[in-house]
Write a protein that binds this ligand. Structure first.
Ligand code: BV8
Length: 229
């Protein structure tokens, strides 16, 4: 029936694993607008504040109660059982898709479990929170690692690969995303323009859901297993 599937996920797919979404607390963290904290300017202005923001979320990921839910596992099953081309693009920076078994995965907004050398761009797996002694090993003198996160105003990762996949796909599924942040919010229009069937899975009907051919309303962990089977 379908030959090429692209899936886009957002914070909603990790909500049932206990990770906060961005806009359920009207986008606030410690009374800061996330758009102020997750920016290069915010980091330049107050690196310790931004490091605290990411360290808090990095520690959350170490919590044994935070684990993949049935939605993550259903997507991994779809990837394994589907014989055509498959790409899972996530806006999420957590590692729940990997831990749920996904492999054909692209983190377009970066990864919480990694740091990046501000000078060379080299990426390092984090074994401790961000701070003074968490430095690169590629430069002399060693540089303080920054979060390997795509901030507002920075170019998302893998855009060429994502565009190619969207232009070729015949099924596009968006799960647990508010469609607030670009360029991810525009992916459905690219897929529709190239003739794909577009499907949205979300808790509530979003103002943009009219862009999708099909809309499933409810929790991703309850809808996806049935959808995949
Ligand atoms: C770029 C890392 C240029 C940080 C993130 C004006 C108009 C249009 C665009 C712009 C504009 N002004 C500025 C821009 C550009 C800007 C942007 O879009 N701003 C927004 C605020 C308007 N975008 C950028 O700057 C991007 N870069 O444009 O560069 C460029 C682009 C391409 C090519 C060349 C140049 C960079 C954006 C990346 C920012 N970084 N993340 C971090 O994580 O700390 S974005 C951040 O928001 C997260 O990644 C998050 O995933 C993402 C989107 O949010 P959602 O995932 O959708 O989460 P949200 O809470 O909003 O919604 C959750 C949804 O789940 C809800 O709908 C809810 O109903 C649903 N849900 C909840 N529970 C469940 C559920 N659904 C199902 N089941 C459940 N159980």
């Amino acid at each position: 029936m379908y030959h090429r599937i692209v899936v886009l996920t957002g914070a909603g797919i990790s909500a049932e694993s206990g990770l906060r979404t961005f806009r359920d607390q009207n986008g606030l963290w410690e009374n800061h607008h996330i758009e102020d904290v997750a920016t290069p300017e915010g980091y330049a202005r107050d690196p310790e504040l931004v490091e605290r923001f990411y360290n808090e979320r990095w520690h959350q990921l170490q919590d044994p109660s935070v684990k993949p839910n049935a939605a993550h596992e259903a997507l991994a099953r779809l990837e394994q059982e589907f014989t055509g081309d498959f790409l899972l693009v996530t806006q999420n920076v957590d590692d729940l898709h990997e831990r749920g078994g996904s492999r054909k995965l692209l983190h377009m907004h970066g990864e919480l479990s990694k740091g990046r050398c501000p000078r060379s761009g080299q990426i390092f797996r984090l074994h401790e929170p961000f701070g003074n002694d968490n430095c690169c090993t590629c430069c002399i003198p060693a540089q303080r690692l920054r979060p390997h996160i795509v901030w507002f105003g920075e170019i998302p990762i893998g855009m060429d690969r994502i565009h190619d996949a969207l232009e070729e796909c015949d099924l596009f599924i968006a799960i647990g995303t508010s469609g607030t942040v670009y360029p991810a919010a525009g992916f459905v229009e690219i897929a529709n323009h190239h003739g794909a069937m577009s499907v949205e899975v979300n808790l509530a009907a979003k103002e943009r859901h009219s862009l999708f051919h099909l809309h499933y309303e409810g929790k991703a962990s309850e809808i996806l297993p049935g959808l995949v089977d």
